[in-house]
Design a protein around this ligand. Sequence first.
Ligand code: UDP
Ligand code: MG
Length: 326
Amino acid sequence: MQNEKSVIDARILSPGSLAPQLTIVIPAYNEVESLPVLAKEINDVCEREGISYEAIVIDDGSKDGTFECVQRLSAADPRIKGIQFRRNCGKAAALSEGFAHSRGKFVITMDADLQDNPAEIPSIIKMLEDGADLVSGWKKKRYDPIHKTAPSKLFNAVTGRVAGLKLHDFNCGLKGYKSEVVKSLDLYGELHRYIPVLANWNGFKVVEKAVEHRPRQFGVSKYGWARLTNGMFDLVTLVFLHRYTSRPLHLFGFVGLLFSTIGFLILAGFALLWAITGEGHVRPLMLMGVAFMIVGVQFISIGLLGEMINHRMADRTHPVARTAGL
Ligand code: UDP
Ligand code: MG
């Protein structure tokens, strides 16, 4: 939790003040030049469309005076609020903090670097009003260098297949949500890339919208090549947690059984050979059989440990969508 000083305008965040229709959550890491332009663009669009809003900028440990900029913006317009992290915690942490403070019926996230266009806000809200729970932006025409767009295509294809949700662009910063979706998300590390997957698994209706994407005007991108490999590791984690958290023995037990069966068959073969011919030399294959048996038993034990941990710690609440007569 941040200290009192780092949250601007506790007055506005205090309970009792009227909740706005929309909360805009903006993670910002060294984006001092972009923020004033972005604040003005958001204000112009929302004023024109009559949308009541609050914008929460989460300064993710910037070193360039981003937070001082947010303080100035907030002093001039109390709808703009800021939270400052003491160090760089990552985009997922920034979004998560913004979500926790959001009060709007709808929540829209957008990058601070002006690559996302606030002009998309009204149509995203319309889609949410028309029944979508999550509107995920799709940078159909993308203004990024090839070393970003090519890995990104691969990432989207793999994620879509593994997660069972077909989207062109999982990682777009511009997304719209019904409030209940963001309140249900548990983000950490770099899991922000998989928000649509998590929401979809939780039974929310996820739709995609082609959005305008603009070249970066100020500053530099905060991500490099490692994004692709890290992203794939995160996907493995996610799928594992999703499928097997509540039944670890199903996975570990299966692998363990496979190993022990192969090990057992090898050793049984040698036992038979010994019984028939009396030959009892230690062979490399025999050692492999023993190793397989041991590994197999270990896997099964890990699965059982998982079941024990699960039995004690599992969250047995269920995602209730609606109730009637309760
Ligand atoms: N960002 C952040 N923390 C980080 C890295 C990025 O809050 O550790 C913010 C960044 O300021 C920007 C958004 O996340 O508003 C997207 O980052 P970036 O533009 O660098 O990503 P790209 O558009 O190159 O994919
Ligand atoms: Mg960007």
